[in-house]
Write a protein that binds this ligand. Structure first.
Ligand code: NAI
Length: 478
């Protein structure tokens, strides 16, 4: 079979395949999807364009989607998050060789430029023999955004001008659209019309979807996978609890114990990050804008204050807010010598990197890939991880398989819902029903040796819930 793809090195496929094999054992939810739906193939006919960190865990997701009948094309949703051996193994496939790859087209490598990143996204949205994919599986909403922006410009009959963009990255997006609009004035409209739905992985992407829906601009239905309980209360929290310190350790090897660490934001990600830093013996300080989360942090035993109060005393700063300009260039100018500054939220604008690059007199010294020292005119330096992009995927390998099995089982169920039951989902943003959420959790109990107590009929009646669940109302917050 010949197909188009672009990865770093197909020679890494064997290593990738070995790690995929180990990961499969740690991903019982995905393997259960293969056992349950491998024969009936509910995704036969689905053309899924995926934009999600191309890691080993994602490789198991991709091969689950194809086992259920889907055709897939894939990119990473971050320039630094690809694991090159995973990308190579997916292209080669379980039965192919580096000389005769027989897997799935992937366009991703670690350390893409912004131009390459958006080129990759465009390639994965370009479907040989069809106008485009009919499903998107997104993480952060970049693929969904490109289709919507392209359609918007086509409808308005406008060719965008990249020089008017408010950021360097948006200027690259506009360049892609300018070129493609000159080639085909209906390209994105056709792609948008073909898409039956999108399933979105993360808080930031979900936020974008609700905004588009509120503005009446959403072109197709969406399932908010992030807000399945078995996603955000597990991946965002326990996943980050694991991978935050993994990233800091691999990047700097600084002893965390005894240091002062500031965690900006105490949502699901912030809770996991604060706990992991405390677990290493750091004195953790939290910043929040939401009184409820601030109170939670205080009751969990963390000092809660503003960044301005602690900017000069902390050793490690981590942003987890999904917001912008949380750490500014001015803050960084006031930090201690060799303070470590990293972000684990989805986009790179939580730390004002653009402002830092623009500040006069700052010298940048690259220490190693994804670790840079910035020297201020007064001589102090700070260490920035992954250029302000999510450090757990840039400096380490992201979340481990077991927690991603929960997230990705939700993704598979959401893809089946939107693809196989399209008429039940008029354009809107949905979450998966609670019985599926509980099912995802159930699929992960055995491997942890969990014994679940069963409700008696009388107890179930007393609580007013079915013996087999769901057990909680939609308002329950876990
Ligand atoms: P969340 O909404 O639960 O938490 C964010 C918290 O930040 C909220 O409590 C909010 O009040 C607070 N916040 C907002 N602006 C702030 C400011 N200026 N200062 C201090 N606090 C502020 O969102 P969640 O689920 O925790 O996700 C956070 C980000 O992490 C999102 O961008 C999400 O997409 C991303 N994410 C990254 C993962 C990774 O592996 N790197 C995994 C999961 C999510």
């Amino acid at each position: 079979m010949t197909f188009d793809y672009k990865v770093a090195d197909l020679g890494l496929a064997e290593f990738g395949r070995k790690e995929i094999r180990l990961a499969e054992h740690e991903m019982p939810g995905l393997m259960a999807m293969r056992a349950q739906y491998g024969e009936s193939k509910p995704l036969a006919g689905a053309k899924i364009m995926g934009s999600l960190h191309m890691t080993i865990q994602t490789a198991v997701l991709i091969e689950t989607l194809t086992a259920l009948g889907a055709e897939v094309r894939w990119v990473s949703c971050n320039i630094f998050s690809t694991q090159d051996h995973a990308a190579a193994a997916v292209v080669v496939g379980p039965k192919g060789t580096a000389d005769a790859p027989a897997g799935v087209p992937v366009f991703a490598w670690k350390g893409e430029t912004l131009e390459e990143y958006w080129w990759c996204t465009e390639q994965a949205l370009t479907w040989p023999g069809a106008d485009g994919p009919n499903m998107i599986l997104d993480d952060g909403g970049d693929a969904t955004m490109l289709v919507h922006k392209g359609t918007e410009f086509e409808k308005a009959g406008v060719v965008p001008d990249p020089s008017t963009a408010e950021s360097e990255e948006y200027s690259v997006v506009l360049s892609v659209l300018t070129r493609s609009l000159q080639e085909d004035k209906q390209r994105w409209t056709k792609i948008g019309q073909n898409i039956l739905g999108v399933t979105e992985e993360t808080t930031t992407g979900v936020h974008r979807l609700y905004e588009m829906h509120k503005a009446g601009a959403l072109l197709f239905p969406a399932i908010n996978v992030n807000d399945s309980v078995t996603k955000s209360k597990f991946d965002n929290k326990y996943g980050c609890r694991h991978s935050l310190i993994d990233g800091i350790n691999r990047a700097t090897d600084v002893l965390i114990g005894g240091k002062v660490a500031v965690v900006c934001g105490y949502g699901d990600v912030g809770k996991g990050c604060a706990e992991s830093l405390r677990g290493q013996g750091a004195r953790v300080i939290v910043t929040e804008i939401d009184p409820i989360c601030a109170l939670q942090a205080a009751m969990d035993g963390f000092q809660v204050t503003t960044i301005e109060d602690v900017v000069g005393i902390a050793d490690i700063f981590v942003t987890t807010t999904g917001n912008k300009d949380v750490i500014t260039a001015d803050h960084m100018a006031q930090m201690k010598h060799q303070a470590i500054v990293g972000n684990i939220g989805h986009f790179d604008n939580e730390i004002d990197m653009a402002g830092l690059y623009k500040t006069a007199g700052i010298e940048r010294v690259n220490i190693k890939p994804q670790v840079d020292e910035f020297r201020f005119p007064d001589g102090h330096t700070i260490i920035i991880l992954s250029e302000g992009r999510l450090l757990n995927l840039g400096n380490a390998t992201g979340h481990p398989s077991f927690v991603m099995s929960n997230s990705f089982t939700n993704q598979v169920l959401a893809q089946i819902e939107l693809f196989a039951k399209t008429s039940e989902y008029p354009t809107d943003v949905y979450v998966l029903p609670k019985h599926l959420d509980e099912m995802v959790a159930r699929l992960h109990l055995d491997s942890l040796g969990v014994k679940l107590t069963e409700l008696s009929k009388e107890q179930a009646e007393y609580l007013g819930v079915p013996v087999e669940g769901p057990y909680k109302s939609d308002a329950y917050r876990y």
